[in-house]
Design a protein around this ligand. Sequence first.
Ligand SMILES: [Zn+2]
Length: 141
Amino acid sequence: MADRIPVADGLFAETKDGARLIGSRCASCGTPYFPKVDWCRHPECAASKIEDAGFGPDGTIWSCAIQDYPPPAPAKFDKPYKPYAMAVVDLADGLRVLGQIKTDDIRSVKPDMKVTLVVDALCHDDAGNEVVTWKFEVNHA
Ligand SMILES: [Zn+2]
């Protein structure tokens, strides 16, 4: 039986309150990091105090683009390649992060749209498992 497996370990989680990105935040200066870091890189931070943090699910598209051609390795996708929308999203809790947009209408994706972090299929591996990653789904009010 096919499984649902993350594209990489330790990057995201599905909680009862929705998807979260797994990162860090500096308790000293408040800087968010994704993925996790061991020390704060903010040049004006007086004392690096890194704590585990989860980010999401609410965000707003800052910038977006259509990935019209297959991305280079190590990017993964099912064949035949199907273009998708990518966006840089400002999460409400302070993190700016890149992700695919989950939509059937990639040309409708625009800056300032409200989105929600989700975990969704990226591709399938040779064993037929569904490989999942984080994406953003446009909110339809
Ligand atoms: Zn800091």
